[in-house]
Design a protein around this ligand. Structure first.
Ligand code: NAP
Length: 321
């Protein structure tokens, strides 16, 4: 089967490409650099050089594709590449390239649990109304709406993957290195729930959605266990050694954190850099919500490789011993 992947050179994209190749698919991946092209060739995929502003490259990728995975995006780009530019406008460009491709059987959008905003530890199902509290969450909710609209118009079969925070070897979210070195500080107090998912389950879940997801529907892809952030990182520390994260909010009032983050984002944006500390980043680390995964389990018969974060963490990181 011919498959086109945007964001193919990213942390989720590369293992997705590997999994698709292992299933025998012909994979085309969007690449913005020589390094990205080389990474795709190494994995047996064909690179298509271009970015989300390059309509011709997107059209070439989409032509004849039976599955499309739209992963290109993120919390923020460098300079003036806001979440809206990256996620809403990027998805609009991809939809334009994929509309009316006769072979297309599934267009899978990588969205995020951030569409729910802060729900005070509530367990949410996929039919809960999005209420994002970040620009990132808003841009993903807007991208989802575009995919639903294109699906309702019969232009393509869009399926929405609401991903939890992904961890695994090489994923910065797990903070394995800073924890091992005893230098990990995070906003909040660690009592909130941030849903997580191991990269293997994330990739297999995306493929399952392409195989069997209902057009126009959203699905959570998350671990079955959803501990507090503090408990998640204690499990990482128990595995890699070092010190679990200490939390700033005990020492720095949140209005000071937000003011500082606004200044950092403004300065980085002017310099064309990608800021790490932003108001969105603070809110994403401190929001609390839990994602029900019954739909993936019961409707699509998904089998988790690592349903529990403890097992996923053990599989991801070598022991300190
Ligand atoms: N990782 C998570 O925890 C998580 C959670 C929820 C949702 N998601 C979503 O899942 C998707 C993939 O995440 P990830 O963690 O794999 O991100 P990542 O490692 O940052 O990779 C982002 C990918 O998008 C590409 N990209 C960025 N801007 C682009 C543009 N303007 N044109 C074309 N390509 C562009 C990057 O290309 P280069 O390699 O050239 O930079 C890279 O391939 C994103 O949409 C993200 O919002 C991720």
């Amino acid at each position: 089967m011919r498959v086109f992947v945007t964001g193919a050179t990213g942390r989720i994209g590369l293992p997705l490409v590997e999994a698709l190749r292992a299933q025998g698919h012909d994979v085309l991946g969007l690449a913005r650099s020589d390094v990205g092209e080389a990474a795709l060739c190494e994995r047996g995929a064909a690179p298509i050089r271009g970015d989300l502003n390059d309509a011709e490259a997107l059209r070439r990728g989409a032509e004849g594709a039976e599955w499309v995975f739209h992963l290109a995006g993120g919390v923020r780009g460098p300079g003036r590449v806001t979440p809206d530019v990256l996620n809403r406008q990027g998805t609009e460009a991809m939809l334009a390239a994929c509309r009316g491709v006769p072979e297309l059987r599934a267009f899978v959008l990588a969205s995020s649990g951030a569409v729910y905003g802060d729900r005070s530890n509530l367990w949410v199902e996929e039919d809960f109304e999005p209420s994002p509290n970040t620009r990132y969450g808003r841009s993903k909710a807007d991208a989802e709406a575009l995919v639903r609209q294109a699906t309702a118009e019969g232009a393509l079969p869009g399926v929405i993957a609401r991903l939890a925070a992904v961890y695994g070897p090489g994923f910065p979210f797990a903070m394995a290195e800073p924890i091992a070195e005893g230098r990990c500080w995070l906003p909040g107090e660690g009592r909130n729930h941030v849903p997580t998912v191991h990269v293997t389950d994330c990739v297999n879940g995306l493929i399952r959605l392409a195989e069997a997801g209902q057009p126009g529907e959203a699905y959570h892809i998350a671990d079955r266990s959803q501990p507090t952030l503090g408990a998640f990182f204690e499990a990482v520390a128990a595995r890699v050694g070092g010190t679990p994260p200490r939390f700033w909010s005990t020492y720095v009032p949140s209005y000071v954190q937000l003011a500082l983050a606004r200044q950092v984002e403004r300065a980085a944006s002017r310099l064309g850099l990608r800021p790490r500390l932003t108001p969105d980043a603070l809110k994403l680390w401190t929001a609390s919500v839990r994602l029900r995964t019954e739909r993936l389990d019961k409707e699509l018969g998904f089998e988790w490789a690592w349903p529990d974060h403890q097992e996923g963490i053990a599989a991801s990181f070598p022991t300190s011993a």
